[in-house]
Ligand binder design. Structure first.
Ligand SMILES: Cc1cc2nc3c(=O)[nH]c(=O)nc-3n(C[C@H](O)[C@H](O)[C@H](O)COP(=O)(O)OP(=O)(O)OC[C@H]3O[C@@H](n4cnc5c(N)ncnc54)[C@H](O)[C@@H]3O)c2cc1C
Length: 501
């Protein structure tokens, strides 16, 4: 029997795993997907919200503000990309200025520091490219941007370094309570085979299953909550435009959410979006012509001449919203002691997750009487990016291992050395998308047109698989339908005609 079983390896599950690994507890994370952050955590705005938006007294308000305060230190410990660039909510009319004053007051009640309303001159000074129709803005200096995938991976890898276990392709399909513990039934999924049924006994279960959290809660409790998937569609601009805005620009929120924003990303791109539309099921992550047009129209209010020809990709994420009360569902149901929900965890869940995890780790460690893990190491060293190394660091890396000098993704300047390190990291990158999210190989202007076959070959070589087995992402996404001679020769021809095996 393990101490804690966590269902789901998004930001909620991975932050809990990391915080629990600071205690002497056996922790196992079961994840249905092929990697961490397969759900909402991968496709969102990447904003660490200041906390002026949630209604005072709600769980969203409490954990948003607490999360925002601890993110910077966590990013230093765990080596993920984070930038406290500030955010602005802009008003285009006197009615909207009144709304800003309401947000200012709400933010103060929530304990957000440094809020102020800026006039036109101060706005122009901070954001010269912002529409001249802006009349005022709420300035939120604690607002920040983060790489959501990078943060989630960092928490997960640090948890593994401190003893937690992750099992991927493991979909939880039943949970029963027996003898004061839980039997968690799950299916191990694999390519082309029937799922294999397994089970795990755990003293405590944390339900961090995002869009499936309502269903998982229903396995053990009659105290139900319902999740409605709500899509947010985005457009991403080429890095040429990375400096167009310095901070995140929001419009005045509506009943549907925080509205369409324009924001720099930690990768140096500009992101526009999201929409907020209900979807019928948890797999409907497609973008739509209507959705993307509405993003361009709405973002055009902030940025009058959006260079739409430099949009390099679009995507959608699904919020796991609980529409009954709009708040997070963080509770242990009366009829399921030892079962902890992280449900209805839509925005600002990315911001709130580290604070929720600290609270749950405190409660669970006390409940189980667990001592601190004396070997806990809070520091994780991330894989370095060749693109951001100094000339000296580059020379040193290449001298130690020539693969650091072999460029695989030309758009983002990603070399073979960092791809190999990502494949052999504590949570190995086993698919083309996992390599992309860790290294940025394939995230540039050509969107992996050139580097995808090379990355597939490197994964195959490093993991001892045949290249035709390599997948883009989840099951059923193999990238090669068959074998031709040139597939094996590509790295020799394209890169350096050189000395590979
Ligand atoms: C469009 C959009 C914009 C957003 N913007 C922001 C923002 O800027 N700032 C912010 O703070 N928040 C934002 N959010 C909210 C934030 O993304 C979420 O709160 C957060 O990612 C939720 O994390 P999670 O771990 O609960 O869920 P997820 O990331 O969805 O993880 C749940 C995991 O559970 C797994 N799973 C599901 N069912 C099972 C099962 N049966 N067995 C095993 N595993 C299972 C899934 O595969 C998934 O990996 C946004 C969300 C969206 C969609």
């Amino acid at each position: 029997m393990v101490d804690v079983c966590i269902v789901g390896a998004g930001i909620a599950g991975c932050t809990c795993a990391r915080e629990l690994s600071a205690y002497n507890l056996e922790v196992v994370v079961l994840e249905a997907g092929y990697d961490v952050a397969c759900g909402s955590t991968r496709a969102n705005s990447g904003i660490v919200h200041g906390g002026y938006d949630p209604i005072p007294g709600t769980l969203k308000a409490k954990f948003n503000v607490e999360g925002s305060k601890i993110y910077e230190k966590l990013s230093e410990e765990l080596g993920f990309e984070y930038n406290r660039c500030g955010s602005m909510v802009v008003a285009f009319s006197q009615d909207e200025v009144q709304a800003l004053e309401g947000l200012l007051e709400r933010g103060r009640q929530n304990g957000v520091e440094g809020l102020e309303i800026l006039g036109q001159d101060a706005i122009r000074e901070k954001e010269p490219n912002l529409s001249k129709s802006t009349v005022a803005a709420l300035w939120v200096p604690t607002g920040a941007i983060v790489n959501p995938y990078g943060a989630c991976l960092a928490f997960a890898e640090n948890a593994v370094q401190n003893g937690a276990k992750f099992e991927f392709y493991s979909r939880v399909c039943a949970i029963e309570r027996a003898d004061g513990a839980y039997r968690v039934g799950y299916e191990v999924l694999s390519e082309g085979n029937e799922p294999v049924e397994k089970s795990l006994d755990a003293k405590i279960v944390i339900n961090a299953a995002g869009l499936a959290s309502g269903e998982i809660n229903g396995f053990v409790s009659k105290d139900a909550f319902e999740i409605t998937p709500r899509a947010g569609e985005y457009l991403l601009l080429d890095r040429t435009w990375g400096g167009a805005f310095n901070s995140t620009i929001f419009q005045v929120p509506t009943k549907n959410g925080k509205g369409v924003l324009v924001t720099p990303t930690t990768g140096g791109n500009m992101l526009l979006g999201p929409t907020a539309e209900p979807r019928e099921s948890a797999d409907q992550t497609q973008t739509t012509v209507d959705g993307l047009s509405s993003v361009l129209n709405a973002a055009g209010k902030n940025w009058e001449k959006i260079p739409s020809r430099d949009v390099i990709t679009n995507f959608a994420g699904l919020r796991a919203s609980c529409l009954e009360d709009g708040d997070f569902h963080l509770y242990e149901p009366d009829d399921a002691p030892g079962f902890f929900n992280i449900g209805g965890f839509d925005s600002p869940g990315l911001t709130a997750a580290p604070a929720v995890a600290k609270e749950y780790a405190r409660i669970i460690s006390e409940r189980l009487g667990a001592e601190k893990n004396e070997n806990f190491n809070p520091v994780r060293k991330p894989v370095k990016h060749f693109a951001t190394m100094s000339d000296e660091e580059r020379a040193g890396a290449v001298e130690q291992d020539s693969r650091w000098g072999r460029v695989i993704c030309r758009c983002e300047c990603v070399t073979e050395g960092e791809i190999v390190e990502a494949i052999h990291s504590p949570i190995p990158a086993m698919t083309i998308d996992s390599v992309k999210w860790r290294t940025r190989a394939g995230m540039g202007r050509c969107q992996s047109g050139f580097c995808m076959p090379l990355v597939a070959q490197i994964i195959a070589r490093e993991t001892g698989q045949d290249v035709t087995e390599i997948r883009k992402g989840g099951l059923g996404s193999k990238v090669a339908v068959g074998r031709r001679g040139c597939l094996d020769r590509l790295p020799h021809v394209v890169i350096d005609g050189g000395d590979d095996e």
